[in-house]
Design a binder for this molecule. Structure first.
Ligand code: FEO
Length: 394
């Protein structure tokens, strides 16, 4: 299947409607996804990015309907992760001498994954390649996901191929923003930003500023997953600027897991306390062993404050909370407050440790840890509400 973007560019990727998990089982993809590959036909013919290995044969067979493979002059690998480069070995078996354009870091990553000495043409930020009627400008964007991440810009058609940046896991055969449900599209784009790009928000701000200073007229943004932005592509650039700049909504998210319901009761009463002094604040209480981790990360991303609670078990905390804590700590929080609570039998130390971990990760932690030995009675639950109020005011 091909989708024409303009007279020079076609989408030649794969839409996977059935995908429900991505990055192993890390990210839930209820809306499926797509692996976007683009074919540019000019005096030189260029393939921009590929698809995940399970779809390699289908991809190559479809590509052959659009172009004789030997007529592909260059393959641009904007990013070497297997979801985009997985079809490379099968394709290179057929056209082994085709140059692969990527960053220096990309070449190392491709070699590390596929162990082939293909003809790598290393490009640097700002370099151009003439393809006939226009140039391709290469824009390195290291750590706007991976060290090798790169975007490229087609100068006459004014198309930015942004790879994972500006993407979403959103399968839609229409493939364009103006033909997609806006609510779903923005929700999936935000979830994608929260889970994949937000740990690198500081670098994102820098790169967006650099992009602006280049004064590129961008008519279309073609990411490597999901929908193509052709209806005012600045809308997604503006959203990224907002999300990358210490973004928060009027939301507090309470995350917990509970062995016998004691920590759960504390969580619910902290929420009651917060809501009692501000009915406008969104307070979400999420059991982390029953809620998808990538949805939790999206809520954490939106929140101005989080509270993390666990029952103590042996000398530690519940593994569901411990795993999530690690993820939360990778998010490079900016201007977010955090607090800790939980129940214990004989040692509160594991619960107190949660606060230390949050502080080390850069959260502005509420110094009091709300810890309860055995089960909370009515007066303790009232104290939990008071704790919620004090946390909110902190
Ligand atoms: Fe970094 Fe789309 O993978």
């Amino acid at each position: 299947m091909k989708i024409e973007i303009n007279e020079k560019i076609s989408w030649v990727g794969k839409i996977d409607f059935e995908l429900r998990k991505f990055h192993g089982d890390q990210i839930a993809t209820e809306s499926g996804s797509s692996y976007n590959s683009y074919l540019i036909k000019d005096e030189k013919n260029i393939l921009v990015d590929l698809v995940y290995k399970p779809f390699a044969k289908e991809f190559i067979s479809n590509l052959q309907k659009e172009i004789e493979l030997s007529k592909i002059d260059f393959i641009i690998v904007n990013h070497s992760e297997p979801d985009h480069s997985g079809a490379l070995p099968d394709l290179m078996d057929l056209i082994p001498h085709t140059p692969i354009i990527c960053t220096a870091s990309g070449a190392k990553a491709i070699q590390g994954q596929y162990h082939k000495n293909w003809d790598f043409k290393i490009v640097k930020n700002g370099e151009k390649l003439n393809i006939g009627s226009q140039d391709i400008l290469f824009i390195e964007a290291p750590m706007m996901h991976w060290p090798d991440t790169m975007m490229c810009y087609l100068t006459k058609n004014e198309v930015l191929f942004s790879n994972d940046v500006f993407g979403q896991h959103f399968a839609n055969p229409a493939m364009f923003d103006d033909l997609s449900d806006k609510c779903n599209l923005i929700a999936e784009t935000e979830k994608y930003y929260a889970n994949i790009i937000s740990p690198f928000s500081k670098k994102t701000v820098k790169k967006l500023n650099e992009l602006k200073s280049m004064n590129l007229n961008i008519k279309t943004i073609c990411p490597a997953h999901g929908i193509i932005w052709r209806n005012n592509p600045n809308q997604i650039i503006d959203l990224y600027e907002k999300w990358a700049s210490a973004y928060q909504e009027n939301q507090i998210t309470i995350l917990y897991d509970s062995m016998y319901g004691n920590t759960k009761q504390i969580a619910e009463n902290i929420a009651i306390g917060i809501q009692s002094i501000d009915t406008n604040v969104v307070v979400k209480v999420l059991n982390v062993s029953k809620t998808d981790g990538s949805d939790i990360i999206t809520d954490v991303f939106k929140s101005k404050g989080i509270l993390v609670g666990s029952s103590a078990i042996n000398n530690g905390i519940l593994n569901s909370v411990a795993g999530l804590l690690q993820e939360i700590c990778n998010l490079a929080p900016e201007n977010k407050k955090a607090g800790t609570f939980g129940s214990f039998g004989w040692s509160a130390k594991p619960i107190e440790n949660i606060n230390d971990v949050l502080a080390k990760a850069g959260y502005n932690v509420f110094p009091e840890v709300f810890k309860v030995q055995w089960s909370p009675d009515e007066s303790v639950l009232k104290n939990a509400q008071e704790f919620g109020i004090n946390f909110f005011k902190f």
